[in-house]
Design a protein around this ligand. Structure first.
Ligand code: MSP
Length: 586
């Protein structure tokens, strides 16, 4: 649709408003643009100028285009949620972090250079305040101890973050206060009354329809319908954010079909916004919640912990100065915190004149016997204990191989061990190990390929056919964050390679060096490709394989995947042979 902006009867500019073109944010922003226009003396004005002018004002221009950042455009800003420090980390927390880590590793393999990968701990709010009161420990000491547990966990599982944000750090507190000041200056904050439900466990204000009754031994209690956590009645004066004014802007942001993955969560958000939004309380009285960031305009109140926490993404980017890496390419989060990231966060950013995130990747939950793993239910699986039995790489592999973003998964260690043994030890590990072992590979080389052999062997042809498409297949899966599907494709390649080895029986080919070399060449090429594609998933394991195959560091990129390493038809010496993954017995 073409929209004209007129001033004193003259058409100043034509703006193309369509799904795929650059748009100004929302209808009110259109009005705002017209207002800007009137203030300008010039009679002709380009759409670009209008947009630039718009960007300087309270609302920001952003695209509803269905294409989001390509993975190889040089910019990569990926985040995990920041984790509550009221308890030690469990497997569910690690899952969010491992997904984000795999994404940033993949984006880097695709050529992204300017990388921010942020994580951290969420240390303010009533939830933490209550935990420290119960334990009678100074809040900051308690937070520091538990924050360190997350850091240690991430180090142990190779989570390669660049920024670890603690909400009790001074730079973050300054960022929160500055952000709040901006919202005040743009007239999005007013003082009001809140009378309704509050869920301490979720740190969420809830409406009557979000609350339900639950029978317990002590009688009927009120709980959050979504999380099942207890709610309490609250009546207090606090500061409110004019969320209701941003409905159109949010609808516009949610127009992009790739904005939220998987799609079911996008539809949930669209429905929420279509039902209408109410203004949101963004502060708590200090006498109730003292463990928080004081409001810059009224120290008798502290900033609502979710606003405080969401600003961590800006802190990571260096706010108040905004580098070119803003906005985040993808926020990774669990489905329980979708509303905060898919409604409140983009609305806050738009109100502050900043671009909302490009994309959200929402994952489902790990359950134990069908129940969400959580500390309050006492059914958590400790990742460190798992690491002792199935290794850190084993945990990473299973979380990404068995976890599907769109549906909850039930964690079963025993089944997982069989999968690890089949895929990593017997499948890929064995393929590379036996083709680099002295009994088959006496010269310890990556041998050349004889094309005639491929033409004579149906299994070799099957393998080369798979090799030709696997890179793109896996990339399509990874681009959609369906790591489980990508790994499935990689394992298919490994099976084809093992089948070829099995059928061609290289141990019988000692007198036919060209054939023997060709079998080894094809098997090792498949192993090389599989290891490269597994780098984002199991970096240590994949690195060991690539070291054994002597793949140079500079070649450990996505674009090198299909390149047959020995195009020159000469033997290339192998690297040091290390057992990549030992079979697990439990
Ligand atoms: N502090 C907030 C996030 C603020 S981000 C601005 C919070 N913290 S949390 O510690 O409760 O959760 C952090 C992440 O762990 C979320 O993505 C959540 O979905 C994830 N998980 C917690 N339990 C989980 C499972 N049982 N399964 C999978 N992930 C789950 O929310």
């Amino acid at each position: 649709m073409l929209t004209s902006i007129t001033f004193q009867g003259k058409i100043l500019s034509l703006m193309c408003i369509s799904k795929t073109s650059v748009l100004v944010a929302g209808f009110r922003t259109m009005l705002h643009v017209q207002h800007c226009c009137k203030r300008m003396r010039r009679t002709t004005l380009s759409a670009t100028l209008l947009l630039a002018s718009c960007k300087r004002q309270s609302r920001v221009a952003f695209s509803a285009s269905s294409s989001v950042q390509a993975p190889d455009d040089g910019k990569c800003f990926v985040t995990t949620p920041i984790f509550y420090v009221n308890a030690a980390p469990h497997l569910g927390h690690l899952y969010s972090a491992i997904i984000a880590d795999a994404i940033q590793r993949y984006k880097k393999m695709r050529g992204a250079t300017a990388t921010i990968f942020s994580t951290g701990t969420d240390e303010h709010g009533l939830k933490i305040q209550q935990a420290t009161k119960q334990l009678r420990v100074p809040p900051l000491d308690f937070c520091s101890d538990n924050s360190k547990k997350f850091r240690d966990l991430f180090d142990a599982f190779n989570i390669n973050y660049t920024h670890f944000i603690r909400t009790t750090n001074n730079d973050h507190i300054a960022a929160v206060q500055e952000f709040f000041n901006v919202l005040i200056s743009k007239d999005f904050i007013y003082k009001g009354e809140y009378t309704g439900w509050y869920c301490v466990s979720d740190e969420a204000f809830l409406t009557e329809s979000q609350v339900t009754e639950k029978k317990t031994v002590d009688g009927v209690i009120k709980v959050s319908a979504e999380s099942g956590h207890v709610v309490e009645w609250s009546s207090e004066t606090n500061y409110k954010f004019k969320l209701s004014l941003l409905e159109d802007d949010l609808k516009h942001w949610l127009k992009c079909d790739n904005r939220v993955k998987p799609k079911r969560f996008l539809y949930d958000l669209r429905n929420t916004v279509d039902r209408g939004l109410m203004d949101l309380s963004v502060s708590r009285p200090k006498e109730r919640v003292s463990w928080g960031v004081p409001l810059p305009n009224d120290p008798e109140h502290t900033v609502y912990v979710w606003v405080d926490a969401l600003v961590n993404y800006l802190t990571a980017a260096g706010y108040p100065s905004i580098p070119s890496v803003w906005p985040a390419n993808v926020h990774v989060l669990g489905k329980d915190i979708l509303h905060f990231h898919g409604v409140i966060w983009p609305a806050l950013l738009i109100a502050a004149g900043l671009e909302p995130p490009e994309q959200l990747l929402v994952h489902s939950h790990w359950t134990v016997d069908g129940v969400k793993m959580s500390k309050s239910l006492g059914n958590v699986i400790c990742p460190n204990e798992l690491k002792d039995t199935i290794t850190a790489e084993g945990v990473r592999y299973l979380l990404l191989r068995q976890g599907t973003p769109h549906a909850d998964g039930s964690w079963r260690t025993k089944e997982g061990v069989s999968m690890l043994n089949a895929d990593l030890a017997n499948g890929l590990g064995n393929l590379v190990h036996r083709c680099t072992g002295k009994s088959l590979n006496k010269d310890q080389v990556f041998p050349p390929l004889c094309q005639d052999f491929v033409e004579s062997s149906t299994h070799a042809q099957m393998l080369t056919k798979t090799m030709k498409t696997v890179k793109e297949d896996v990339a399509n899966c990874y681009d959609d964050y369906n790591f489980y599907l990508g790994i499935d494709r990689i394992m298919h390649l490994v099976h084809c390679a093992n089948l070829m080895v099995q059928e061609e029986k290289p141990w019988t080919l000692k007198d036919k060096p060209e054939e023997l070399n060709s079998v080894l060449h094809l098997a090792l090429s498949a192993g090389r490709a599989a290891a490269l594609m597994l780098l984002p998933i199991v970096p240590t394991y994949a690195t060991r394989l690539l070291d054994t195959l002597a793949v140079p560091q500079r070649d450990r990129t996505w674009s090198q995947i299909e390149a047959f390493p020995n195009a020159s038809h000469t033997s290339v010496p192998l690297g040091q042979r290390i057992a990549p993954f030992k079979k697990i017995n439990v």
